[in-house]
Design a protein around this ligand. Structure first.
Ligand code: DLL
Length: 433
């Protein structure tokens, strides 16, 4: 059995959790109805009042909230507290349109730090550990999220932030980092840099990594574990709900336990909007039952995964969400076939390639085309042309088998694709819709 940071919640019975969730949902609905005009109007339109919400099962009566609602009420329109109660602002990166602004009260920050502390303990962290935080610090929630989680636990945070990769390796060696926190793509790059610098990672005190903020495959996990000689744990979060620590992996690594005392998850069919049972994949929806500043109701994350209430051998009773397959808005539709970048990554790594690739989608003569550009490893680079052609054929066949469409494969010279220090960009879509 794993050690837990807050066993009274992480190992609570389903009945206890349900009682707590019902109590918090009732309080939250009152807060939204009386403090947020946007929600009052929505509830009124649907003919519901706070009295209609008694238990957590009543959650299905509530309206959904969309990213667009945050944009329409930019920057602070959905906040449920006075300005003087706010202690922190963050914002989501937002590649399209306006970024979304989120706010936290002191209590919100403590609860978010609880989530991140739970994640560190679930990854085997203790007060004795040095937590090397290489997520970006700033409006992005990654850096400060793990930072406060480490301090809340009583561990020692090393707030390196992202970038300057040689220096990251130097700090890991000199300061004795035990747990590395960054995006999986940056972890892969740090592993590659260690190799280049001739650093023997088996000699480092580094034991574990807490990696999230982007989708990554099981093969990518194995690749990072081997290159850094650690155990790699997944962590999930999103600015609108809280940063990293909304859910986290335990030593069983069969899904991420959701902090469902603060963030209540549902899976819905994105087309019919109906809730889906355990095990079925759909869109993840969160309700912030434990937040004061920005208590979003049934927020549609666009992330695709499934939930499981199966007992976990780690001893935690908190529901688990499966690995995120992708986002509904990341999914590429190529000649009518749904393709997730994570599927491409899975194929490449299973063939022993490195996780350095780019997917280029275009439309030529009204037909979608997909090119997968892959960096050759040093070994491949020295191979003869015939061998390379054979490799290309093998990759093409494997991609076709998994994706059900054909793609062209272009092998690039080693180190020709940009490395990511944060969330990696894997797709260039040149089509005009
Ligand atoms: O990425 C918060 C975070 C920081 C999570 C550090 C984990 C570690 P946003 O920038 O708002 O927040 O992006 C949120 O990133 O809706 C998912 O699509 C994706 N995402 C986050 N964690 C994971 C994960 C942070 N473990 C969006 N696996 C989310 C897959 C993830 N996707």
């Amino acid at each position: 059995m794993d050690r837990c940071y807050q066993p009274e919640v992480e190992q609570a019975s389903r009945e206890e959790l349900k009682r707590l969730q019902s109590h918090r949902l009732r309080k939250m609905v009152v807060r939204c109805y009386y403090n947020v005009p946007f929600y009052r109007q929505k509830f009124d339109e649907m003919g519901i009042t706070p009295d209609d919400i008694q238990t957590i099962d009543d959650i299905v009566k509530l309206p959904f909230t969309y990213k667009q609602d945050l944009r329409d009420n930019y920057p602070y329109g959905l906040f449920a507290v006075r300005r003087d109660e706010l202690v922190r602002i963050h914002a989501s990166s937002g590649t399209t349109g306006k970024q979304t602004v989120v706010g936290y009260t002191k209590k919100d920050l403590e609860r978010w730090a609880d989530g991140a502390a739970r994640a560190i303990v679930a990854a085997g962290g203790t007060k004795q550990d040095f937590i090397h935080v290489s997520y970006g610090y700033g409006l992005f929630t990654g850096g400060l999220g793990l930072h406060y989680g480490a301090e809340q636990l009583g561990a020692t945070s090393i707030p390196v932030s992202s970038g300057n990769t040689n220096r990251q390796v130097q700090i890991m060696q000199d300061f004795g980092s035990n747990i590395l926190c960054c995006t999986p793509s940056y972890a892969a790059f740090i592993g590659e840099t260690c190799k280049e610098l001739g650093v023997d990672t088996s000699k480092l005190p580094l034991r574990a990594g807490i990696f999230g903020a982007e989708a990554w495959s099981e093969n990518m996990r194995r690749e990072i574990e081997a290159s850094l000689n650690i155990k790699a744990y997944d962590i999930y979060g999103l600015s609108e709900i809280a940063g990293p620590g909304v859910s986290y992996e335990c030593s069983c690594q069969t899904g991420m336990h959701v902090c469902e005392d603060y963030f209540y998850p549902e899976i819905i069919d994105p087309d019919t909007l109906q809730p889906l049972p355990d095990g079925q994949e759909g869109e993840l929806v969160f309700t912030c039952i434990g937040k004061e500043a920005l208590p979003l109701v049934r927020y549609r994350t666009r992330d695709i995964c499934s939930l499981s209430h199966e007992p976990c051998a780690c001893g935690r009773t908190l529901v688990k969400m499966g690995k995120i397959k992708g986002r509904t808005d990341d999914m590429l539709i190529i000649r009518g076939v749904n393709v997730f970048p994570s599927q491409v990554e899975h194929v490449l790594l299973s063939l022993g390639m490195e996780p350095n690739y780019m997917i280029v989608v275009d439309r030529i003569d009204n037909l979608d085309t997909m090119e997968v550009q892959i960096e050759m490893t040093q070994d491949m680079f020295s191979d003869e042309i015939k061998k390379l052609e054979e490799q290309t054929r093998r990759i093409k066949a494997a991609l076709r088998e998994v994706l059900n469409i054909s793609a062209t494969v272009r092998l690039l010279e080693p180190k020709s694709l940009p490395r990511s220090e944060g969330k990696a960009t894997r797709v260039i879509d040149k089509r005009v819709f």
